[in-house]
Design a protein around this ligand. Structure first.
Ligand SMILES: NC(=O)c1ccc[n+]([C@@H]2O[C@H](COP(=O)([O-])OP(=O)(O)OC[C@H]3O[C@@H](n4cnc5c(N)ncnc54)[C@H](O)[C@@H]3O)[C@@H](O)[C@H]2O)c1
Length: 366
């Protein structure tokens, strides 16, 4: 099985490549395609990256290949890590519209090339932001079940970790999902949390204790207040800002900690790459596994009585053919309200960048 990484020389792309090789996800008989672009510095650096990876891991590295033209991209799994990042200056909000305008072009260029030259069987893992937009654009041009965004899986792993820390167990004992939109519009599904070794009553007790009386109806306002407090604290003492995060409930920490990490200038490339590798391993493994991801729904989920036709982060069964089923259990009323509102906001955010001419062309081919 072969993997291509678009944006291989970026912070995230480089981490994905390194972890793929270091963790021996790909055997020496597989091919890892490092994709750069001819007009940018990545066109040169991508050759150097291939040499550096060989230097470090020659004994077990897969075959390393460089591609500079989107038409040359060919693999069983394509990781989309190309694109601009949001702002990282403390207190300066990310301009999502600007980010969307630039990255929509990047997503569309590669999606068109894959639709034209790909096998039609590749699974595309979208890492670039806004991840929902990446999924929408890719799924407009490629089979939608073969496209998954990794943001909800990263949020899910963070949610499990924060819950585990609060109740004093290791992360692997906690399951449960954080879904919705990657970023401030994520939806931590408290009703899905399970802790191995605890009965339903015991779990309900510890969840009530760490969550408190709060509901998701106030979650958006809580996150805004948290960011304000962090920006103020970080302006004089970055360490104190991270300690402030530690004092909050798990679902607030889930969003606040990575935001603070971005604001610190460190980025979140290592965790992002690690969660991406999980999804790649799942696809390559050949077994169906339940993960969370941003996918293009066509009525598989109904929220507040209305079927969702658009991108949303949800729990799905992922396997070698892409995602096959959505596994969203019955939600608590506050969860369903927030998820329905988020689905609407994603649809509104994505709409300006979708090309209706593509729908017409694709419909014509079907
Ligand atoms: N770094 C993180 O912590 C993180 C976490 C999650 C998601 N992301 C997202 O992943 C994407 C990449 O992030 P990064 O931190 O690696 O950024 P980066 O700036 O380090 O790298 C960007 C990569 O994209 C490529 N690229 C940029 N514009 C391009 C274009 N027009 N065509 C083709 N390639 C282009 C660059 O050559 C480079 O390889 C961003 O969209 C970012 O929002 C980043």
């Amino acid at each position: 099985m072969d993997v291509a990484v678009l944006g291989a020389t970026g912070d995230v792309g480089r981490q994905v490549c390194t972890q793929l090789v270091e963790r021996r996800v790909l055997p020496p008989t597989s091919r890892l395609q490092l994709v750069g672009r001819p007009q940018g510095p990545s066109g040169r650096a991508v050759h150097g990256l291939a040499a550096d990876l060989t230097d470090a891991y020659d004994e077990h590295a897969p075959m390393l290949d460089v591609a500079l033209d989107p038409s040359e991209v060919v693999a069983d799994v394509v990781v989309v890590a190309a694109g601009r990042t949001g702002g990282t200056e403390p207190g300066v909000p990310t301009d999502r519209a600007q980010l969307a305008a630039h990255n929509a072009q990047v997503f569309a260029t590669y999606a068109d090339a894959l639709a034209e030259n790909g096998s039609g069987h590749e699974v595309v893992v979208v890492v670039g932001n806004p991840v929902e937009l990446g999924v929408a654009i890719m799924a407009q041009r490629l089979p939608r079940r073969r496209v998954i965004g990794m943001g909800a899986w990263l949020d899910t792993l963070r949610f499990r970790r924060e819950v585990a820390v609060s109740i004093g167990v290791r992360r692997h004992r906690v399951t449960g999902f954080a879904v919705g939109q990657h970023g401030d519009d994520l939806v931590p599904l408290w009703s899905t949390v399970r802790v191995s070794g605890l009965s339903a009553d015991e779990r309900a007790g510890v969840v009530a204790q760490v969550r408190g009386e709060r509901t998701l109806d106030d979650y958006g306002a809580e996150l805004q207040a948290a960011k304000g407090a962090l920006a103020e604290r970080a302006s004089s003492d970055m360490g104190a800002a991270f300690r402030l995060v530690d004092s909050w409930p798990p679902d607030v920490r889930l969003a606040a900690r990575p935001w603070m990490t971005q604001q610190s200038g460190a980025k979140t490339a290592v965790a992002t790459a690690s969660a991406t590798i999980d999804l790649i391993e799942t696809v390559l493994d050949g077994r169906d596994i339940v993960v969370a991801g941003q996918v293009a729904l066509d009525g598989e989920v109904t929220l507040e009585g209305a079927p969702v036709h658009g991108v949303l982060g949800v729990p799905v069964v992922l396997g070698p053919e892409g995602w096959t089923q959505v596994l969203l259990p019955e939600l608590a009323p506050d969860e369903e309200r927030r998820l329905a509102a988020v689905a609407g906001r994603i649809a509104a955010g994505v709409r300006p960048w979708l090309d209706e001419r593509v729908d017409a062309q694709v419909d014509g081919r079907r």
